[in-house]
Design a protein around this ligand. Structure first.
Ligand code: PLP
Length: 428
């Protein structure tokens, strides 16, 4: 494939945008090479600036669950745009999407819309702190909740349980309130709670992790967190920015039957426009301004175009719940196909999958947490990524990302992908 124009555009971009991108993972740093500039997209395909067609397994990092430029979503946005793009005043459509979201997701009475998943998680933590009147939070190594300071924390040294900043600009003061736990390790969480008794406001978790590849919770893990939270007056925050409206109509709470206290959303809920949201039962949500003392606001929150896209998307998912089964079946088909050809070619691998999320790891051990995800062979992943790209298959340019399957993918697309994996596997 030729990427002449993409490379030229990347050169230009780097002069005026740091690293040439507006979000770091787009820059291909983990896999090498220049990023591809997209011209347009339709259904399961991206069309780049050089005229290449790519089968897309990133789908804007999750939102495009029904494929790109899905007509009901596009129509809703176009119609809304004609009537004004932002008012900073209440609109009826905000209530409509709120009613629909609340009816689809278990355990939430009220929802507040923001502009990104980061904002949703940041606000959820503030609300949890305001509600419980406690300061510390527990997050899990390898889980990503956006780029807010409290989440950019890595493991502290030795026996110290509190984290340290993993980006300059995050203060030690902030880091000391974020405690870092191991995913899928209940005993570890229990011991952190014990040594910070009465100080923890919330545990925030991706209930199915998608930011260290796809890692489902082991049996009993989420249930165990629920019990610990109940026993210690801690709120359980499910970050369903990736999983919400993707793994089931009601997200992981519905899929795995575990209740959260606060849930955050992003990606699918905005239908591809910048939307995030956080939601909880009334008692908690009423702590938010203007009803309560916990401040949270946004000039463009509940923006009419974003709400129109989100409402069109959620309406379709609510009306056609078979979509979730259908994409899960496609994902299983892909899993089995990839696994078969990699095994035939003696490529050591582990594939994780749940619903329409899947990730391929080049290690033989089970991938259950950040440490085991990091064991994967990154050199093999780089070759895998570029081998697929050369054949028109676009997966995330990092071994630590989940692939997102869309309803727009056909079985023919999946077969083409499996064939490309088979060809690539020859040189792994
Ligand atoms: N939470 C999770 C689980 C995510 O995967 C992401 C982004 O990928 C975020 C939060 C942050 O969302 P955003 O990029 O919209 O700020």
């Amino acid at each position: 494939m030729i990427y002449k124009r993409s490379s030229a555009l990347f050169k230009e971009a780097q002069k005026v945008i740091p690293g040439g991108v507006n979000s770091p993972v787009r820059a291909f740093k983990a896999v090498g090479g220049d990023p591809i500039f997209v011209k347009e997209a339709k259904g399961a395909y991206l069309y780049d600036e050089d005229g290449n067609r790519l089968i897309d397994y990133i789908n804007s990092w999750g939102p495009m669950i029904l494929g790109h430029a899905h007509p009901p979503v596009v129509d809703a946005v176009v119609e809304k745009a004609k009537k004004g793009t932002s008012f900073g005043m209440p609109t009826e459509i905000e209530t409509k999407i709120a009613e629909l979201a609340v009816s689809m997701v278990p355990n939430i009475d009220k929802i507040r819309f923001v502009n990104s998943g980061t904002e949703a998680c940041m606000s959820a933590v503030r609300l949890a702190r305001g509600f419980t009147k406690k300061d510390k939070i527990i997050k899990f190594a390898g889980c990503y909740h956006g780029h807010s300071d409290s989440f950019l924390i890595q493991a502290g040294s030795g026996a110290v349980t509190f984290g340290s900043p993993n980006s300059p600009g995050v203060t030690e003061g902030t880091a000391k309130d974020t405690l870092l736990a191991r995913y899928n390790d209940l005993k570890n969480v229990e011991s952190i709670i014990k040594s910070n008794k009465g100080e923890i406001a919330c545990i925030i978790i991706e209930p199915v992790a998608g930011n260290m590849g796809c890692i489902p919770p082991v049996k009993g893990f989420l249930e165990g967190l629920r019990s610990l939270c109940d026993a210690h007056n801690i709120l359980l925050v499910f970050d369903e920015v990736m999983t919400g409206f993707r793994l089931a109509k009601g997200g992981v709470q519905e899929l795995l039957g575990v209740d959260a206290d606060i849930v955050t959303f992003g990606k699918v809920i905005g239908g591809g426009l910048p939307v995030g949201a956080f939601a909880a039962r009334e008692e908690i949500m009423n702590h938010l301004a203007p009803l309560g003392p916990v401040y949270q606001a946004g000039t463009l929150s509940g923006n009419p175009l974003a709400m129109a896209a989100g409402l069109a998307m959620l309406t379709e998912l609510n009306d056609n719940v078979n979509i979730f089964d259908s994409i899960a079946k496609k994902t299983k088909y892909l899993h089995e196909g990839i696994s078969k050809v990699l095994t035939e070619k003696n490529v050591v691998h582990t594939i994780n999958r749940i619903g329409s999320m899947i990730s391929v790891h080049f290690s033989e051990n089970p991938v259950v947490d950040f440490e085991s995800a990091a064991e994967g062979n990154n050199e093999t992943f780089k070759k895998f990524f570029h081998g697929l790209l050369d054949q028109g298959i676009y997966i995330a340019p990092s071994a630590f990302e989940s692939w997102f399957i869309t309803e727009a993918l056909t079985y023919k697309d999946l077969d083409e992908t499996i064939k490309a994996v088979s060809v690539t596997a020859e040189s792994l």
